[in-house]
Design a protein around this ligand. Structure first.
Ligand code: NAD
Length: 470
């Protein structure tokens, strides 16, 4: 598909080609890597409310240099094939960047989930799954969806159930057909928070690196002001972890109906409760409400975290962005033109394919767990606990002092699934940061972190293509 000018796909395409201009790839390979392999359009009908309703959806497979292919499914009213192709390309790059063995894919259904009841949504999701299954666009070894905008564990549970029904003779690995499932359906501890947790690790990695500029003279987040756009899965978790664990001040949360602001920092958990109770962040007690005002992202802050939709920062508002650091938690939140303008103003941008990779990293853990049929840590946990207990007892005997009580629990603990997931995710995010920053240091002509991340990914993808002789 040819990208329309200034679209999300156009921005991804331009970033791709810009990064490739620094690489000497064998003839024809660059084009092969950029192209989206296939985009399937599905139209189906569901009888609801006494009549037939038609729906349209897409599943794009960007690259199969590595299989299965992986990527979320979003339910949004303005989804289209171009958007899905751009997101699928980003998935290819993201998986390569964090070195998880998946090709890139993405899917969408054009629907506003708020217009349908729970039962209706379930029927629509199940029909969509049937269509994907018929075409080999879902399956543990083929194509593995996950939640994205407008979808969650609930939709993944319906999808895995429908997939099992469609494949009654092959149920042993069926749970690995989607990730982001509820724990009771084969999910993994820590998947729901994973993308927001990854955002936190990305910001920490950046700040701890002595090669990056400090924020307000500091190398931690204590007191740093943060603006977050989007209070869904990713935005909520990022805001929660950065404020509650790193003492950042989240001064603005912006949503589709306006924004709320508080100079001292918003209490994120209380705001979440208000959001769940009223359906909106607006009117939250103790914060200023700006109803219908979409300029929340332009408020002064140290760090801006767009965590809603693509193209949020464009050529018409980029000049008004006051943040020093933009952390792309959403996919494609800055257009190619806006990116150039922001960088010319000295704004640092941490790119989406790195920042929001936490979701696919933990999805990979979940997929492995489903295929191995054993929870992480099960075999070693008790042995580790006993060994740590022995060490603690030996230390107490040798020193004649009691083991410090504030450290005891953490030391003795043998590693629950959630701890292993967080530790694995932290390791991937930290080491990926070092790869990106090292590359930019050794090749300053790349100019920015996005290009360094793209170059890292494209090198890995091209090596995989060459290895399999495509
Ligand atoms: P979500 O549906 O849980 O939340 C999105 C939120 O953004 C919603 O609260 C919505 O009301 C809000 N929003 C929509 N348009 C807005 C606008 N114009 N201004 C302000 N807010 C707006 O979705 P999510 O899973 O949090 O995904 C957010 C972004 O992160 C997307 O770009 C998605 O592709 C990306 N992402 C998500 C995951 C994941 O694991 N869920 C992983 C990687 C990347």
């Amino acid at each position: 598909m040819l990208a329309s000018t200034n679209s999300f796909l156009d921005s991804v395409d331009k970033n791709f080609r810009h990064a490739m201009s620094f690489l000497e790839l064998p003839e024809g390979l660059a084009e092969r890597i950029v192209q989206c392999n296939s985009t399937y359009t599905v139209r189906f009908g569901v009888r609801l409310r006494g009549r037939m309703y038609s729906f349209v959806g897409w599943r794009s497979v960007h690259s199969e240099h590595c299989e299965p292919v992986k990527g979320g499914i979003r339910f949004t009213p303005d989804a289209d094939a171009e958007e899905v192709e751009a997101l699928a390309a980003l998935m290819t790059l993201k998986c390569a960047l964090v070195d998880v063995p998946f090709g890139g894919s993405k899917g969408a259904l054009r629907i506003d989930p708020r217009e349908w009841t729970l039962q209706e949504l379930e029927r629509i999701t199940r029909r969509f799954t049937q269509e994907l299954a018929k075409r080999g666009l879902i399956g543990p070894g083929l194509n593995v969806p996950a939640p994205d905008v407008g979808t969650s564990e609930r939709e993944m549970a319906w999808m895995v159930d429908e997939f099992r029904r469609a494949n009654p003779t092959d149920v042993i690995n069926a749970r690995a057909c989607v990730t982001g499932k509820p724990l009771s359906k084969g999910g993994i501890a820590g998947r729901r928070e994973a993308t927001g947790r990854g955002v936190q690790f990305a910001v920490q990695s950046y700040l701890r690196d002595p090669r990056t500029p400090a924020i307000a003279g500091r190398r931690d987040l204590n007191g740093a002001t943060v603006v977050v756009q989007g209070f869904g899965n990713v935005g909520y978790h990022a805001a929660k972890f950065l404020s509650e664990e790193d003492s950042a001040r989240v001064v603005v949360i912006a949503e589709r109906d306006g924004y709320v602001a508080k100079h001292e920092g918003l209490p994120i958990e209380a705001l979440k409760q208000h959001h769940m109770r009223t359906g909106s962040i607006l009117g939250f007690d103790g914060a200023k409400t700006f109803a219908g005002d979409m300029s929340g992202i332009e408020e002064a802050c140290d760090i801006l975290i767009p965590a809603a939709m693509e193209n949020a920062i464009h050529i018409d508002n980029a000049e008004r962005i006051k943040a020093h650091l933009i952390v792309e938690a959403a996919n494609g939140p800055i257009t190619f033109q806006a990116d150039q303008l922001l960088r010319s103003r000295g704004v640092t941008i941490l790119p989406d394919l790195y920042v929001n990779a936490g979701g696919v990293v933990v999805s990979y853990f979940e997929w492995v767990k489903n295929l191995t049929h054993i929870p992480f840590g099960l075999m070693e946990r008790r042995r580790r606990e006993r060994r740590n207990q022995t060490i603690a007892t030996a230390l107490e005997r040798m020193t004649g002092k009691a083991f410090p009580t504030d450290m005891r629990d953490e030391f003795l603990e043998g590693g629950a699934e959630i701890d292993l997931v967080r530790s694995g995710l932290e390791d991937v995010m930290r080491s990926t940061w070092v790869n990106i920053a090292d590359l930019l240091e050794s090749k300053p002509e790349l100019g920015d972190y996005r290009t360094a991340a793209y170059v890292t990914s494209i090198r890995r993808i091209s090596a995989a293509y060459e290895a399999i002789g495509i």
